[in-house]
Design a binder for this molecule. Structure first.
Ligand code: SF4
Length: 151
């Protein structure tokens, strides 16, 4: 059985920063019969609800910072991601929630240190780790448009 890692909020889990449900029924239907392995790094590390975070360009690279405290939140997220991919070595595809600073694949906003928008095609912290493990990654909205995604 092929294993697909997927942002848990897309399956209807109440794990978004603001507690909003973002279940994607069409996507769930497309994935029927496949083994889905849900993840939510932000809920695991910081609970739900929680303050939002943004990706910021720094001298060390792109990091996730809390919009409430300014704290760099990246290290626990990366630690979660690494543990997840080590526990699930058979993941064949990563489907991430669009625009998330953790899960977005080519859709996350990235700011500079003065909070000027630098890109809308950034990679979230968990998506970055998936790519480091050589796992194909795709944003959920792109996946939904792509009949070839699972071929
Ligand atoms: S986008 Fe990712 S981090 Fe945000 S709620 Fe969904 S699974 Fe969690």
């Amino acid at each position: 059985m092929r294993e697909i890692a997927i942002s848990a909020c897309l399956l209807g889990t109440n794990c978004r920063y603001n507690g909003e449900i973002k279940r994607d029924d069409r996507l769930i239907e497309m994935l029927d019969g496949l083994e889905l392995v849900p993840f939510c790094p932000e809920d695991y590390c910081y609970g739900t609800p929680r303050p939002s975070m943004d990706l910021i360009e720094t001298a060390e690279g792109i990091e996730a910072y809390s919009n409430a405290t300014g704290e760099n939140l990246s290290a626990p997220l990366r630690h979660y991601a690494q543990a997840f991919f080590e526990q699930h070595p058979d993941i064949e595809l990563f489907i991430g929630k669009d625009r998330s600073p953790s899960c977005g694949v080519k859709s996350a906003k990235v700011y500079d240190s003065s909070k000027t928008l630098r890109s809308t095609q950034g990679r979230g912290v968990m998506a970055e780790k998936a790519e480091a493990y050589g796992i194909p990654t795709i944003d959920a909205e792109q996946f939904a448009l792509s009949e070839e995604a699972l071929s």
